[in-house]
Design a protein around this ligand. Structure first.
Ligand code: PK3
Ligand code: ZN
Length: 371
């Protein structure tokens, strides 16, 4: 078990079973101030303090132990100080289990039009009203403290793909300097943790240097950043064939922004413990349902009189009480209930996938099933 405490995590009793193809899959438990996280874990994305179209208690029934929030969005609205004054993000959004907040750099680069990267941090104009902001290792870490995050992410620069070796090197070195400042700014408390994020793009020597720089800072966990940024699954797996092994075996490893079920399975087989991805929620709202038969595009006219559920043995409300014909209709006419039911089913599907993976690892069974 990995306990996120202010002391280095105690020896992780990894229920890792030798798996013929990969000896790296592991299942475990992360203990935090807000409860346990069973790994391998999938974190639903709750960018603006809500998992879109879901009540927090509904997210909990899908089996999620932890959800992801975003520094960037919450600092712009409603503002970190206001959330702090109102009792913190857990209270504000009525989610009492662990919360991981991303540090904001990635969202600045993907959302704000005008921005400038300096040694100090990133200066940007809010994508909402154009007002000027600065995010730095110190301000990002303070914002995450004000939000009350269980797991705080170091402030990094997500190296774009493709990048030349030189570009990736200077970007990774900036991330290392920012990681040091993030670690110094972190208010260490029992049951809370801060994760460093390694960069280095697809260059193994840069990934190694990034890992060494961050291991020195003794974070409670480590994320592999700079992936799922357009490099494709093959190149991502090529990096994952070695990058997780550069990180401490007894600490959680989090692959940011991943992914489809097949990506998750391949990454777990390479030693990854934690995931976050908008796919189940965003694609659910867009009419895509993940099922054991493959992805169902519910808007397809072949479902307009299909009186069967998405999955006959799924326990989610969409499958228990409704048919594909009804979901087809709701999504076509853009009824809010359509987004809710599709999201609920997909989140349940992803959590069931993680549960099966954890069980297979614990029994030392081959889980190379493609969901
Ligand atoms: C969807 N793909 C993706 N790749 C990511 C890569 C990064 C990264 O390198 N750093 C940080 N801080 N966040 C990242 C995030 C946002 C969280 O999902 C990513 N998301
Ligand atoms: Zn279902």
């Amino acid at each position: 078990e990995v306990s996120i405490t202010k002391f280095p995590a105690d020896e992780r009793k990894i229920i890792a079973k030798a798996h013929d193809k990969y000896k790296k899959a592991r299942a475990g438990i992360i203990n935090t101030r807000h409860g346990q996280i069973h790994t391998p874990a999938f974190m639903p994305v709750g960018t603006k303090g809500t998992v879109k179209a879901m009540l927090p208690e509904s997210v909990q029934t899908t089996g999620a132990d932890i959800i992801l929030g975003n520094t960037y969005h919450l600092m712009l609205q409603p503002g970190a100080k206001r959330v702090f004054k109102l009792g913190g993000l857990h209270k504000f959004m009525n989610w009492s289990k662990p919360l991981l907040t991303d540090s904001g750099g990635f969202q600045v680069m993907s959302l704000s039009k005008l921005r400038k990267i300096t040694e100090e941090g990133v200066i940007f104009n809010s994508h909402i009203d154009g007002s000027k902001f600065m995010l730095s290792p110190e301000s990002s870490t303070e914002i995450q403290y004000l939000l009350g995050s269980t797991i705080t992410m170091a402030f990094d620069e997500c190296t774009p793909y493709p990048s030349t070796y030189e570009q990736a090197k200077s970007s990774m070195e900036l991330t290392s300097r920012w990681a040091k400042r993030s670690r110094k700014a972190f208010y260490s408390r029992d049951g809370y943790g801060q994760f460093g994020i390694i960069q280095g793009s697809i260059y193994n020597d840069l990934r190694l240097k990034s890992a060494l720089d961050l291991i020195e800072l003794d974070f409670e966990g480590y994320a592999i950043g700079g992936l799922a940024v357009g490099e494709g699954q093959e190149l991502m797996f090529k990096v994952l064939d070695y990058a997780p092994d550069l990180l401490p075996i007894n600490k959680p490893r989090y692959l940011m922004g991943v992914g489809k079920p097949a990506d998750i399975i391949g990454a777990v087989q390479r030693g990854i413990d934690m995931f976050d991805c908008v796919i189940p929620t965003r694609s659910g709202r867009n009419g895509q349902a993940f099922t054991k038969y493959g992805v169902v595009n519910i808007r397809n006219s072949k479902y307009k009189e299909d009186n069967t559920p998405l999955e006959e043995d799924c326990l989610c409300p969409a499958c228990k009480n409704y048919t594909k014909a009804y979901l087809h209709y709701l999504v076509k006419v853009k009824e809010i209930l359509g987004a809710m039911l599709m999201t609920w089913h997909n989140l349940m599907y992803f959590q069931k996938l993680m549960l099966r993976i954890r069980e297979y690892i614990a029994q030392g069974k081959d889980f190379d099933f493609i969901s």
